[in-house]
Design a protein around this ligand. Structure first.
Ligand code: GLN
Length: 547
């Protein structure tokens, strides 16, 4: 039976709860335990799939096809444990399940209430998979005191109470603000947020205090006293150069020790942190630097391409170089020649995206990369744009485009080399969709296998010919253009097992030009960089324009 660790936050948001949870997961693994991480989000969206990347950052996709919060990406990057659909739960999902049951009459006419119906639904979710892992880490989004978070906190209170003593703990993250005029760290906001927790029946066992300055012993004692936490369980969290420092930094501050101690696990198994020392060694001692242009759309918000940024870093770590990624708004290339912008870069990446805006600019970026033999990695939309570029500028189809860019169904501004897929096969199942299906449901989502052509660059990169990768898209490159485009030198080197869906394309006469219909960035880890990113950065290093 799993031991449960609930992770909450107070004082302000953005304290790095997700990172702390992920790092703790990694540290427990380093001590030989199995872990699973979960995110409970109090917002009312059923899932983050339809939330704008501008507002909420990237949508992380799991193997089993769930569109989840980007924190699940952190969890996977730190622990290597593939997240599942049931590891991301929003209040919207909970309420929608409860209401659906109510409509079906499952509650036999009773009055439906937050307690116990909503809280029971939350507890049912919490229990899923409890017998499969040593530790279940559940992070609650938002900060304590948020109105919509209350059902979650109440469910956790009940859950902890109902389980055997000592089987669940609560770890609370807070901020110790530094008041320069007084030259002091202030503990009051932490005290208040712990009070807030206590008022809803929860008491922290471990306090993680974010601080820009070292926490003096005296302050630690004060926090322990006023917050009813042991002094050794008050753990400092200082700002880090890199997120990958978090496991070692938290270990130094005693987080994993405090957690095991709170569970009464003694003596604690010794940790093996070799993996994280190696990660830090690669990050801290790069032997060179490459510059990568990411030509995208959601360039104002760093989190919108979180996994891509991380996967590029991993690709650098695999090759012991530092990767300087710069985000360029694709729309610029619709007005201006891309050459002066792209010349300083060793490689070009065009990431995924939705909608027509910026796509002509991405097509020009792909054209530049092809013509100037600059390493190119096109991801999802980035592959579709590379194919359209090839069709237009090499195969002579001047009106080549994607059905996604037609404003009305049936409109024909473009010749659709990329079309809206309505039926496909997943395992033994045939899936049918139409354009009007609800927004969350009409995409090819999650892990799908692909078969790579022997002797292709793709097969060389992967070191094999069968792969599975995660998808999130509605549109596909039309296989009917394969012969035409292969005749021009664009090889369809990866296909779905039934041969109907192009999964990877690559230019034959190019040092490294690869487009993939899936999202390799979602599976990259610092200790296991994704081969496509490792290969892409290798090609960037080999490109002659090393800066
Ligand atoms: N908009 C494209 C599609 O739906 C690409 C999606 C993506 O890049 N994730 O097919």
């Amino acid at each position: 039976m799993a031991r449960y660790i609930f992770i909450t936050g107070g004082v302000v948001s953005s304290l790095g709860k997700g990172l702390a949870s992920a790092a703790l997961g990694a540290l427990l693994q380093a001590r030989g335990y199995s872990v699973r991480l979960r995110k409970l989000d109090p917002y009312l969206n059923v899932d983050p799939g339809t939330m704008s990347p501008f507002e909420h950052g990237e949508v992380f996709v799991t193997d089993d096809g769930a569109e989840t919060d980007l924190d699940l990406g952190h969890y996977e990057r730190f622990t290597g444990v593939a997240a599942r659909r049931t590891d991301s739960i929003s209040a919207g999902r909970i309420y929608s399940n409860v209401l659906e049951r109510e409509r079906r009459g499952d509650y036999l006419g009773r009055t439906i209430q937050v307690v116990p119906h909503v809280t029971n639904e939350i507890k049912d979710y919490l229990r899923i998979g409890a017998d499969e892992t040593d530790f279940m880490l559940c992070e609650i989004g938002g900060t304590v005191g948020d109105i919509e978070g209350l059902p979650f906190y109440e469910a956790i209170r009940q859950f902890i109470h109902e389980r055997p003593r000592g089987q669940s703990i609560l770890m609370h993250l807070t901020l110790l603000p530094y008041i320069a005029a007084a030259g002091e760290l202030k503990t009051k906001p932490t005290q208040h947020s712990v009070k807030e927790l206590q008022s809803i029946g929860l008491a922290p066992d471990v306090l993680v205090c974010r601080s820009e300055h070292p926490i003096p012993e005296r302050e630690r004692e004060k926090i322990a006293l006023f917050c009813n936490v042991r002094k050794e369980h008050v753990v400092a969290a200082y700002d880090l150069k890199s997120i990958y420092e978090a496991p070692l930094a938290y270990h130094r501050e005693g987080l994993d020790q405090a957690v095991l101690d709170a569970f009464g696990i003694s003596p604690a198994p010794r940790p093996n942190l070799a993996r994280w020392h190696d990660v830090m060694d690669r990050l801290d001692h790069p032997e060179g630097e490459v510059r990568v242009a990411v030509v995208g759309k959601y360039t104002q918000l760093e989190d919108a391409y979180k996994s891509i940024a991380e996967a590029l870093t991993h690709g650098g770590m695999a090759n012991r170089v530092k990767v300087r990624a710069e985000w360029i708004d694709a729309e610029i290339f619709e007005r201006e020649d891309p050459a002066p912008f792209l010349e300083p870069f060793n490689a070009i990446l065009v990431p995924g995206g939705f909608g027509e805006r910026g796509t002509e600019g991405k097509i020009r970026a792909a054209q530049y990369a092809r013509e100037h033999k600059v390493p190119y990695l096109g991801i999802c939309l980035g592959m579709q744009m590379a194919v359209i570029e090839a069709a237009r500028n090499v195969a002579g189809m001047s009106r080549a485009g994607s059905e996604e860019f037609e404003s009305a169904p049936g409109e024909r501004r473009f010749e659709p080399v990329v079309y809206h897929l309505k039926e496909w096969v997943q395992g033994n199942e045939s899936i049918r969709r139409n354009r009007d299906d609800d927004k969350g449901g009409s995409m090819r989502l999650g892990a799908y296998p692909a078969v790579l052509a022997a002797g292709s660059k793709a097969a060389e990169i992967y070191g094999g010919t069968t792969i599975t990768e995660r998808h999130r898209h509605r549109y596909e490159v039309d296989i009917r253009y394969r012969d035409l485009l292969e005749g021009c030198g664009l090889c369809f080197s990866g296909l779905s097992p039934d041969g109907r869906l192009p999964e990877i394309v690559e230019w034959k006469d190019h040092p490294w030009f690869v487009g993939v219909q899936f999202h390799p960035e979602l599976k990259s880890k610092p200790f296991a960089p994704h081969p496509l990113f490792a290969g892409f950065i290798r090609a960037a290093i080999d490109s002659e324009r090393l800066v």
